[in-house]
Design a protein around this ligand. Structure first.
Ligand code: ASP
Length: 593
């Protein structure tokens, strides 16, 4: 992509000159990446955002310029003028796109000096907090520039694509209203109305639905969303979504639109053509076969149902689970009989953290089934198990026996950990996309003793399941909701919405929001739905996570220019910070600390 920089400062950027420019005069500006002194001749690698160019200062030709170059240190900012020369045979650098040439400097203008940096830019720095404190330096690393370019391209392609499909980019408020939608919100006190608070928008969900009531028909926004959740490796408090909503649309339209968008984004950023249509799995099948609602399909190790094998088993744990209406499932970690005692212990702990009571396993070694539970198995059970799991010498079989949810979740986590131990997903460039469909509408939260929305309260129940909603069989109601998953990471989710006032009110009721609270919290939406709200639906893709996968990094902060650290702090700005008593008084807030 040709980039033209301001000709006053430079004629070329540092990743531009080639052998074909031989003999031309060039003016370059940038940072001293490194300096080498070869018996009086000074070489510097000059760096700008685009790359590196070797600049050579020859004392015999330009003595004053070379003397000045002697004073240069890493990260000084300079401007040079010189002639493009071909590097001598044997001194070319094939790793550098400008590696065939060098610029022989005839002038050097030192624009600014740099102190020694708190950490080197050319090697890995383990201390992330140090990098984040000086993020403006960290950003000089080529890897971060590459990630920000990928992010820019993804956003650019998105805008162009959605524009082509008739979507209008509309901004919605960030200072919004506190409503129970899912995530914990950040509150912002209002100075003019004591005791009243805005909430930072956790997503433009209600606004985009109201845009549909407003007849906008197709909306999108690259939207900032704020969620006061505990940050994790791939979760942040301040995230960006590619958010969209459309009227007169069905699930298939959204799926088709998003597959096309992702195809264009991956073509632009990674230069690959991804396969469409994506695989589809129902939520039930995803859980049942892979133990996850965002399965990683880059490897097999599927969960296999073993109820028929063990229905009459002498082994109490299996038989007991089945008799109690639960399930027995197993996975075959092929070739992993050599698992260490420490790894077994880790897997057992993982199983317990997932709600299982323990983890039964069998190693198949030296033609023998090694496990304390094997003595309970009959020959025919062993034969049936061998057949069901394709067991062979060197395999490791792991079992779950409990309620369906517990078994699926446990073996799902074990499956991922085993793949990690066996390095099944290291060095793969596979991109395994899939849609997960037909999520349950509601999930029961035993801690709170109430039902909550799996996606959010505006998601439409499937028409064929409305009877279950009326009958109070909430666990059986499926939603018109869909998630898009890439390599085991949920990169987006959405749903067809409720657009009828009475159905929305009923949904709130099921969620334990009574009529009075409904008016207080969601009166605007319920009223809007009485004025001819069109059928509508939408989706939001997590831009940060998407770029994280495009850039092939597992740390989401690597794709954000100024991220908060894992404790939600901006170490560079030193935020959050204390404020003055006066500021608090103006906001009608008493400082209790
Ligand atoms: N607002 C939803 C979310 O942030 C996405 C959607 O339903 O469109 O998850």
């Amino acid at each position: 992509m040709p980039i033209s920089f301001e000709p006053m400062y430079r004629t070329h950027h540092c990743n531009e000159l080639r052998a074909s420019n031989f003999g031309q005069e060039a003016k370059l500006a940038g940072w001293v990446d490194s300096r080498r002194d070869h018996g009086g001749v000074i070489f510097i690698d000059l760096r700008d955002r685009e790359g590196l160019t070797q600049v050579v200062f020859r004392p015999e030709e330009f003595p004053e310029v070379a003397a000045s170059a002697h004073t240069l240190r890493s990260e000084d900012v300079v401007q040079i003028v010189g002639k493009v020369a071909l590097r001598l045979e044997g001194t070319q650098n094939p790793k550098l796109t400008t590696g065939e040439i060098e610029v022989v400097a005839s002038s050097l203008n030192i624009l600014n000096r740099s102190e020694v940096l708190p950490f080197p830019l050319d090697s890995e720095v383990g201390n992330e907090d140090l990098r984040l404190t000086h993020r403006y330096l960290d950003l000089r690393r080529p890897a971060l520039v590459r990630n920000l370019k990928a992010r820019h391209l993804a956003a650019k392609v998105t805008r162009e694509y959605l524009d082509r499909h008739g979507y209008l980019e509309v901004e919605t408020p960030i200072l919004s209203k506190s409503t129970p939608e899912g995530a914990r919100e950040f509150l912002v006190p209002n100075r003019l109305i004591p005791g009243h608070y805005y909430a930072l928008s956790q997503s433009p969900q209600q606004y985009k639905q109201l845009l549909m009531v407003g007849g906008i028909e197709r909306y999108f926004q690259i939207a900032k969303c704020f969620r006061d959740e505990d940050p994790r490796a791939d979760r942040i408090t301040e995230l960006t979504q590619i958010d969209l909503e459309a009227s007169f649309i069905e699930r298939e339209d959204i799926i088709h639109l998003i597959e096309g968008l992702l195809r264009e984004i991956f073509r632009a950023t990674r230069g690959v053509d991804i396969q469409t249509p994506f695989v589809r799995l129902s939520y039930y099948d995803a859980m049942d076969r892979f133990g996850s609602d965002k399965p990683d399909l880059r490897f097999g190790i599927e969960l296999v149902e073993l109820g028929d094998v063990f229905r009459g088993s002498q082994f109490k744990v299996f038989r007991g689970a089945l008799d109690a209406g639960g399930v027995v499932k197993g996975i075959n970690a092929k070739g992993f009989a050599k698992i260490t005692a420490g790894q077994i212990e880790d897997l057992t702990n993982l199983a317990k953290q997932s709600g299982a009571r323990g983890l039964a396993f069998i190693k198949i070694e030296d033609g023998e089934w090694k496990s304390p539970i094997v003595k309970f198995f009959t020959e025919s059970e062993k034969a049936a198990l061998t057949q069901a799991l394709g067991i062979a010498e060197g395999d490791l079989v792991l079992f779950g026996a409990d309620r369906w949810e517990v078994v699926c979740t446990t073996l799902g986590r074990i499956r991922l950990k085993v793949a990690d131990y066996l390095k099944l997903i290291q060095n793969t460039t596979d991109l395994k996309f899939l849609w997960v469909l037909d999520f349950p509408l509601l999930a029961f939260d035993p801690a709170e003793n109430k039902w909550s929305a799996m996606h959010h309260p505006f998601t439409r129940p499937k028409r064929e399941d409305l009877g279950f909603l009326d009958a109070g069989e909430y666990g059986k109601v499926r939603a018109e909701a869909y998630d898009v998953v890439l390599n085991g990471v949920e990169i987006g989710g959405g749903s067809i919405r409720i657009h009828e006032q009475d159905l929305q009110a009923k949904m709130f009721q099921v969620l334990g929001i009574n009529a009075e609270q409904q008016q207080k919290l969601f009166g605007h939406l319920l009223q809007a739905f009485t004025f001819g709200a069109p059928p509508h639906g939408g989706i939001a893709l997590g831009l940060d996570r998407l770029v994280m996968l495009i850039a092939d990094t597992s740390n989401i902060r690597e794709v954000i220019a100024f991220p908060k650290n894992s404790r939600g702090q901006d170490l560079m700005m030193d935020s959050p910070s204390k404020v003055t008593e006066k500021q608090l008084r103006e906001l009608h807030i008493q400082n209790l600390k």
